[in-house]
Design a protein around this ligand. Structure first.
Ligand SMILES: [Zn+2]
Ligand SMILES: [Zn+2]
Length: 269
């Protein structure tokens, strides 16, 4: 049963949103997102209870889940870090509380997901996020989890695994480093792939993107399942020497040549 969307407030106007999109700044970084911390804390306790009941008794992750299922956690500052994707700050909070860092970060991220989905829906209503020309998510700033090859024409659309946002992307363009030289962009096909699915790789940064053929873009809540269903792609790509980059650094992330040249013509920023 679908829960009602969480109560959030996004302090960002259409003009500021359009400006952020034009300048490669993720929208949640450009605005201020507020949410009901009580609702997120309740969701965190619910998820922690599930994890605690389904994982190996006494494992570090299970102990953290069991504690988070009952303890009152001061969630406000953590949400700020999680929304900003500040993994170091969350790891510090986990160790300060004596928690297993992996379980702590994962539960926090999952508890925040409905907020991010709702924020992404607001952002999409605010401005045309499909005009975004960077490889990281226009809303939350994460790297895409996968790409969809949509329809008969196989238009490549990147999907963010955190907030579900989609944005169109050229086939011969690496989202991570901005490489658009076809001689150093290629494709791996996994033996057990469904027809039409593939892995796009870049020889410059050794990044890979899982590509899933689909008639229409999949609903956001299905993304995690699709990501998990194609985990053999991740295994195959890593065995072939490719990786997905970690945290996005907006300052150093590759800027596609078309964007760079467009800026030069416009006389800089
Ligand atoms: Zn996102
Ligand atoms: Zn690349």
């Amino acid at each position: 049963m679908a829960a009602p969307p969480p109560d959030i407030a996004l302090d960002l106007g259409p003009e500021a949103a359009a400006d952020a999109i034009a300048h490669g700044r993720p929208l949640l970084g450009a605005g201020v997102l507020a949410c009901e911390t009580g609702a997120v804390a309740a969701e965190l306790r619910r998820l922690a209870r599930n994890l605690s009941e389904t994982s190996v008794e006494g494992s570090p992750g299970q102990r953290t889940a069991a504690r988070l299922a009952t303890e009152e956690l001061e969630i406000g500052p953590l949400l700020e870090h999680a929304l900003n994707g500040d993994a170091d700050a969350i790891a510090r909070a986990a160790s300060a509380g004596g928690h297993d860092p992996a379980a702590f970060a994962q539960l926090l991220e999952l508890a925040l997901q409905p907020v991010l989905w709702e924020a992404a829906a607001r952002c999409a209503a605010l401005t045309d996020v499909d005009r975004w020309d960077r490889g990281y998510c226009p809303v939350c700033g994460s790297w895409p989890a996968l790409a969809e090859l949509v329809g008969a024409e196989k238009r490549r659309v990147l999907r963010c695994g955190r907030c579900g946002t989609w944005w169109s992307w050229l086939v011969l363009l690496c989202p991570y480093c901005g490489n658009d030289d076809h001689r150093s962009l290629g494709t791996l096909s996994a033996a057990e792939a469904r027809s039409g699915d593939r892995i796009d790789v870049c020889e410059r940064c050794h990044g890979y993107v899982k590509c899933v053929a689909t008639f229409t873009s999949m609903p956001t809540p299905r993304l995690a399942a699709e990501d998990a269903a194609t985990v053999h792609f991740d295994v195959g790509a890593r065995e072939a020497g490719y990786t997905r980059p970690g945290t996005v650094d907006v300052e150093t992330a590759g800027i596609p040549r078309l964007v760079r040249e467009g800026r030069a013509r416009a006389g800089g920023d």
